[in-house]
Write a protein that binds this ligand. Sequence first.
Ligand SMILES: [Zn+2]
Length: 431
Amino acid sequence: MAGAARDGKVAPVLPLATLIGRELRGDGSERPLVRYGHSGFAKRGEDYFLVKPDCLRIPDDPSSVFSVFAVFDGHNGVSAAVFSKEHLLEHVMSAVPQGISREEWLQVLPRALVAGFVKTDIDFQRKGETSGTTATLVVVDGLTVTVASVGDSRCILDTNSGEVSLLTVDHRLEENAEERERVTASGGEVSRLNLCSGQGVGPLRCWPGGLCLSRSIGDTDVGEFIVPIPHVKQVKLPNTGGRLLIASDGIWDAVSSETAAQVCRGLPADLAAKLVVKQALKTSGLKDDTTCVVVDVIASDHCSTPPPLSPKKNQNKLRSLLFGRRSHSSVGKLGGKPALFGSVEEIFEEGSAMLEERLSQNLQTNANLPPFRCAICQVDQGPFEDLMTDSVGVCCPAPSTPWTGPYLCSGCRKKKDAMEGKRSSRAATCR
Ligand SMILES: [Zn+2]
């Protein structure tokens, strides 16, 4: 810390006003370094990852740089994973209004992530292919980390104080009671695979389709209650930075969050990723595709004093219980009130599968948006044009509750209703 006495010497003093100003602005003047590495072993070849360290929020403005990292674990083929790797980020960015400040961008990002995930799913399903994928997308902007995820790939955070926390929620029917209830209420059946004996075997699956996940991108042949609406969490790292581990379930089925963080602590990111994969293989052998991306957010201000390591041991144990693997997490809404755990500031968390709740958040920006731009696919439509399209579905039952969210085109509205179990977005006519 500037101005702190260390070893009897006094470091150069930055005026207090400068320090406070930096903190209050949060405008990137404290921008940390981002280092990353990845590693993996293929069993089926259905894992993909994305590393984009130099994205620009404002074209030609290097001060608007942010980084994106993602893991996609495909099933029943690779096309959904490949499609998501190629288009998900672009769809998220297209849902971010132009000409907004950094603060506003961080505020609208959770909503843009929801829109981008849903648009990617709609676009992929139009291709008529049956594969599906998990998607865990991480946006690092300064010390602010925003994670959006469907499926059971996972992102964990290891801060320099030694605390390990889970930034995602597993969408596995077996372990997520809330998701089981949602799928059942939307018309899906949740049960184990039934062999001739009448005895259910294996993990809980959703029928039709038999998928173990409750959320994914793709999966055109399963019920539409398998939704692409991500759990989103946004945190601000302490000034000392932190390490993110993004990995597919090939890692997490073999090692706990704690173990993964621990085996690579103190090592550079590329070596760390290799060690985590090695540890998983050592524990379980190569049972599944294993992919690990390690991202280090390193404070550029090397004068920062790391928070004390002790006497937090017991707190850490509690933390790992709370944030340990296979959390069933009923998702808390923080409602914009920052909550502190350790030295990481929780800014936002929401995991609801209801689009209305997800798209209505943080609507107030300075950006002037056209009144009939669809909040999901971003296509501008005249109100008359929309009425014409909508009249095709006139024999379908009206939604039980009126939509009070932002404008959606008729196609995206059908998708929304289908995800809630009201009707199929794929049926051309009602029967
Ligand atoms: Zn639309």
